[in-house]
Ligand binder design. Structure first.
Ligand code: BG6
Length: 505
């Protein structure tokens, strides 16, 4: 939960543009089901799916049910329920209706308006509606224009909110243009820009760790911290997303959004309250304080063939819909300096890549070394650093690594660990990560959504690297084997400062 305030999901209709797409199937529907199971959906609620394919409402909801069922059977995918509670599903399905229509045609919006009117009359939804843009990003601007033109964005009776998925822009100019375009139709407080990393429990928990404890905040600064390493490693390749990835690459896909959310949560100043704008301002301040990047601060890589978990896998250039000579990066590492009183001189190293040995997301805080004099001549040799590791995926937890004396007659120092796992303490209901985001949107809490200035400030940080890489194609791709820890240039980047990466598992 993002906020300490009491929040409540208000009655509304959820209109999903892209109702036949992957996101609706894999994440939105399971999240709605999980909310329904926990009785967290608004008391009066309706779901309207919009997509270009002709199909009946029954076909649509049966298709969604079949997908959930397959996921439960195969045990693969984000939906982790052991079985589908048919009563819960039945109730959810009874709230669903489907409209076939082109996102660019007036007629579609007239149909949506009529449908909302009928639902309002029947279910007293008070005129409230969320429009969820789960469509391809090229439709974001046009759909918002059409919501404006058709009068659907107007708050005559109830509130109107619009959820916009990632990617929000392709670079700084396009993000600015998209913001300007949608802000002609909507007020900022109607816009919910999603970054699904913020829906992850552990990411939200960083706030609790830092600000609800007396222990950490006093040492959370350049006096005590040597550097920070943020890793988002994935073992998957690009799968069927070749076309998308060829235009995107790892930097755009992961850095100004997901990795920067982790940076902001780690580096932000304590907010004075849980007010959404207060928190979002503090996060934007972090991006604004990042020292301008130069090409020296970033390296890129592309996976070649290799092995993951003893299985042979193809290189990026052999994937479907990928150019045989593609220069698109599937790995990126960056070194950030945050020029403010808390962080000046503390490098933040970021890395993310596909086809690394494991799925592994963590924020690792490296504390300054203890002065060595006392232990200089002890058999333990060099003292290891103290680390605080916030584990985000796959297991959620916090690990503290510190030095201890091994029992015995000698002063032999060894690095030991204290582990906290969320699953040992809390009974977490199954979640796909979109539950909180949807709930917050129904409740009107924008804390976990990105404001226009945050998105632009994040793009502004990476723009110099995008520009430099755009001008200079890589010469050594592929430069890391699938299943390896990444390219050599990433090691060199961090070694320049005398540091080294923690191992990916
Ligand atoms: C998406 C990216 O936004 O996030 C994908 O487009 C990436 O390339 C995914 O795999 C990672 O999210 P998660 O929740 O699986 O860690």
């Amino acid at each position: 939960m993002a906020s300490a305030r009491q929040r409540c999901a208000t009655c509304c209709a959820l209109v999903i543009f892209g109702a036949g797409g992957d996101l609706t199937k894999r994440l939105i529907t399971p999240a709605l089901y999980n909310l329904a199971k926990q009785n967290l959906l608004p008391e009066r609620f309706a779901i309207v799916g919009v997509d270009h394919n002709e199909r009946t409402t029954d076909d649509w909801r049966n298709g969604l049910h079949d997908f959930l069922e397959e996921t439960v059977k195969s045990g693969k995918g984000e939906f982790e329920a052991k079985e589908i509670d048919e009563k819960v599903w039945g109730e959810l399905a009874s709230k669903m209706s489907y409209i076939a229509g082109d996102f660019l045609k007036d007629e579609t919006y007239a149909n949506v308006r009529e449908c909302l009117q009928q639902l309002n009359d029947r279910q007293q939804l008070e005129g409230n509606a969320v429009f969820y843009l789960a469509a391809a990003d090229r439709f974001f601007g046009p759909i918002v224009d059409m919501l404006g033109k058709s009068g659907l964005a107007k708050e005559d009776q109830g509130w109107r909110r619009v959820v916009i998925e990632k990617p929000f822009g392709h670079d700084l100019p396009s993000a600015k243009a998209l913001n300007a375009r949608i802000l002609k139709v909507l007020r900022e407080d109607q816009i919910y820009r999603i970054d699904h990393f913020l829906g992850k429990e552990t990411v939200q928990n960083i706030m609790a760790l830092r600000f609800a404890n007396g222990l950490f905040e006093p040492i959370w600064n350049r006096d005590r911290i040597d550097h920070v390493q943020i890793t988002v490693a994935e073992s998957i390749g690009i799968g069927t997303r070749g076309k998308f990835y060829e235009q995107t690459g790892a930097l755009r896909d992961m850095v100004p959004n997901h990795l920067f959310q982790l940076v902001a949560m780690t580096a932000m100043e304590p907010p004075a309250s849980f007010d959404a704008d207060e928190i979002r301002t503090k996060k934007a301040d972090v991006f604004k304080a990042v020292h301008p990047l130069t090409p020296k601060d970033a390296v890129r890589g592309q996976y070649g063939p290799g092995e993951i978990g003893k299985q042979k896998v193809a290189g990026y250039r052999e994937e479907a819909n990928v150019d045989q000579n593609s220069g698109v990066e599937t790995y990126v590492a960056l070194r950030l300096n945050i020029d403010n009183w808390r962080w000046a001189g503390v490098p933040f190293y970021l890395r993310t890549g596909k086809r690394l040995p494991d799925r592994w997301t963590e924020i690792a805080i490296h504390f300054k070394h203890a002065p060595l004099a006392l232990f200089r001549d002890t058999p333990g040799g060099t003292l290891g650093p103290d680390w605080l590791i916030l584990q985000i995926q796959p297991e959620e937890g916090i690990r503290l690594r510190f030095n201890a004396k091994r029992p015995g007659t000698e002063m032999h120092i060894e690095s030991v660990a204290m582990d906290f796992k969320y699953s040992d303490w809390f009974n977490q209901p199954p979640a796909v990560g979109y539950e909180t985001l949807l709930y917050d949107c129904f409740a009107g809490d924008q804390t976990l959504f990105q404001r226009a200035d945050q998105v632009e400030a994040a793009w502004a940080v990476v723009q110099p690297v995008l520009d430099a890489w755009g001008k200079e194609p890589p010469k050594d791709f592929p430069n890391y084997a699938s299943g390896s820890a990444g390219p050599k240039c990433a090691d060199e980047l961090i070694q320049r400062d005398g540091n080294s990466w923690r191992s990916v598992r």
